[in-house]
Design a protein around this ligand. Structure first.
Ligand SMILES: Nc1nc2c(c(=O)[nH]1)N[C@H]1C(S)=C(S)[C@@H](COP(=O)(O)O)O[C@H]1N2
Ligand SMILES: [Mo]
Length: 394
């Protein structure tokens, strides 16, 4: 555990009321450590549910409830470039401006007005960081990549509540020659190796804005937590996580192409990254200890940024033979969009010893998982079939 996460947990362990009422002297050393800097992530990160990297935290796959389709917001991974800001919903305003609007000065909207003016929608999506699986470039392919060493837990499937970006853009007077939109976050400016790069921001094509992009205030029927973008975030369903700007303060609608370090320097492999690839995970820890000589029902999930999953094949003999996994019934389509697919596999009386479990999914667009993921220095898009080690006991 980092000193940072120790600090967070000590503070959160105090009853909320006690904390609010306590003075610095009452809290003693705890308070002075907390005073050294607010934690980067505000929600609790129990060690059984999360791997805590300080400003980022990933979900542990072994903590996923196999019977539950959606990821509860409390369990969702967090990726912060700096730290979660505490924003006030009543004074919050979104500014929409730029030369892609009839009046470039644009408009400003509060949350109430946003809710009043535009029809509310619900969209399900798989929310995932571009670098999910990054550590596997090292552990599985022997080519380490720079960045947070996520295993496979920088992902979740949720249903968002909000409004269509296209409705807001039409109302704001979007011109037909607008080519892109850029969301800008209200979190602190991001400083990389002494260079201030300004607020986290990333442009995306107008086509995505007019297709399924959302301005979301809710997740699974709850208000967004501060860590996930309260009071309002952009959601670009199926796209790289960075596209879904949290704590959205500004939308620039532009008649010419915009760039930012988040689509040129990062989240770019020969071009800005868009839809996430196909990936799969077993709901097991790495090196899971499993009983020998018993019939085991193993579960996992597969997902794709582009389309629902069509099929999943699994191998329990390190890839020599493959069988079809049993796919879970897709949840009733109450919302637009698509989440992930749950699956299971019955492993009959495995012998004692070390084994590798593999899962390979294919989506409805025919995209599948390769044996080897294409290396890139920032470790994006690790989509190869993961060789998941388990130990079957005597
Ligand atoms: N304003 C802002 N938006 C942001 C980020 C950020 O640091 N600041 N991180 C991005 C990245 S890289 C990811 S993967 C997702 C993570 O969203 P989550 O923390 O709600 O899971 O938010 C994106 N939006
Ligand atoms: Mo990300």
């Amino acid at each position: 555990m980092t000193p940072h996460s120790l600090r967070r947990r000590s503070v959160l362990a105090l009853p909320a009321a006690g904390l609010a009422g306590a003075t610095l002297t009452q809290l003693g050393p705890l308070a002075s450590r907390a005073g050294a800097g607010a934690p980067a992530i505000l929600k609790p990160l129990p060690a059984e549910e999360f791997v805590d990297y300080g400003t980022n935290a990933e979900m542990r796959w072994e903590s996923v409830d196999p019977h539950r389709q959606q990821t509860p917001q409390s369990r969702l991974f967090v990726r912060n470039h700096t730290r979660t800001p505490r924003l006030d919903a009543s004074s919050y305003r979104l500014r929409v401006h730029g030369d892609g609007l009839r009046d470039a000065a644009g408009v400003t909207l509060g949350l109430d007005e946003l809710r009043r003016r535009f029809p509310a929608v619900e969209v399900t999506s798989v929310h995932e960081c571009t670098g999910n699986g990054r550590s596997l470039f090292d552990t599985q392919q022997g080519t380490r990549a720079a960045g947070t060493p996520w295993t496979l837990g920088a992902v979740g499937a949720v249903t968002w509540q909000g409004v269509r970006l296209r409705d807001v853009l039409r109302w704001a007077g979007q011109r037909p020659d607008a080519v892109c939109v850029q969301g800008v976050g209200l979190d602190d400016e991001y400083v990389d190796k002494g260079e201030n790069l300004g607020h986290v921001r990333r442009p995306f094509p107008i086509a995505k804005a007019l297709d399924d992009a959302l301005l979301a205030w809710g997740v699974n029927g709850e208000p967004l937590l501060p860590d996930h973008g309260f009071p309002l975030r952009l959601v670009l369903p199926g796209w790289v996580g960075i596209a879904s700007i949290k704590w959205l303060g500004e939308l620039e609608v532009s008649a010419s192409e915009l760039t930012s370090p988040w689509n040129t320097r990062w989240y770019n492999i020969g071009g800005p990254l868009g839809a996430n690839p196909v990936r799969s995970a077993w709901e097991l820890p790495r090196d899971a200890a499993l009983p020998a000589g018993r019939t085991l029902r193993l579960t996992g999930r597969s997902w794709s940024g582009a389309a629902p999953i069509a099929r999943v094949e699994v191998s329990t003999d390190a890839g020599t033979t493959w069988t079809a996994a049993r796919l879970g019934r897709p949840p009733g389509r109450r919302t637009e969009g698509h989440g992930w697919t749950r699956w299971s596999h019955t492993w009959h009386a495995p012998p004692a010893g070390r084994h590798e479990l593999l899962a390979r999914a294919t989506d409805l667009h025919g995209r599948t998982q390769p044996d080897v993921a294409a290396y890139n220095p920032n470790g994006y898009f690790f989509d190869a079939v993961v060789r998941h080690p388990v130990v079957v006991g005597a």
